[in-house]
Design a protein around this ligand. Structure first.
Ligand code: FE2
Length: 191
């Protein structure tokens, strides 16, 4: 079964990122979709040919989470952009965040500190519906350190391609800009 890229071109002009940066980023996302489809096809071919115990099969299996998460994380990221940062649109999420961190400001501090970590990857604010806990997790590349079974509420891309063209190496300015333009209505719908 093939997956299809989601159309995000409506974000152009709606987020404080240059058209060039955003267009490049959307193209990159489509590349992950193409490669995920390619991997699914190749894995099926190998399985059907009876070679599922081959090293090729094992290596492609290992690669799968990287490509797949490259697709899904970008979708979660683009979906939570394009708002005006108005968190009153997410009363349930804000309550949960305050319950977990004591205050919204403490949560934001933790999120920003996580996003400033050295390295490339993602920052995901996860919600645990079993304990009402909220964690700001650092995801290395696309596939390391995800928290199993938790719901991603906020997803921030901190690969250099997400900001370098507009912000140079000033990642903090990029993070603050994105934070101020989050779509809290979308974030509320993820709870
Ligand atoms: Fe990206």
């Amino acid at each position: 079964m093939e997956i299809k890229p989601i159309e995000f071109s409506e974000l152009l002009g709606k987020v404080p990122l240059s058209e060039e940066l955003l267009k490049n980023h959307l193209k990159l996302y489509e590349g992950y979709v193409t490669n995920t489809n390619l991997l699914m096809k190749k894995l099926e071919e190998i399985r059907l040919s009876g070679n599922a115990l081959s090293p090729e099969f094992a290596e492609l299996k290992r690669r799968f989470a990287w490509e797949w998460n490259g697709v899904r994380l970008h979708e979660l990221y683009f979906e939570n952009l394009g708002g005006n940062g108005d968190k009153s649109l997410a009363p349930r999420v804000v309550d949960i965040i305050k319950g977990a961190f004591g205050s919204f400001e403490s949560f934001k501090e933790d999120l920003i500190a996580t996003a400033k970590m050295r390295g490339i990857g993602w920052v995901v604010t996860y919600f645990d519906p079993h304990t009402n806990n909220v964690f700001n997790a650092w995801i290395n590349e696309h596939n390391e350190s995800h928290l199993a079974g938790l719901k991603p509420l906020i997803v921030l891309d901190v690969f250099e391609h997400a900001y370098m063209l507009d912000f140079g190496i000033n990642r903090p300015d990029y993070i603050n800009t994105i934070f101020d333009n989050l779509n809290w209505m979308v974030i509320e719908s993820r709870i």
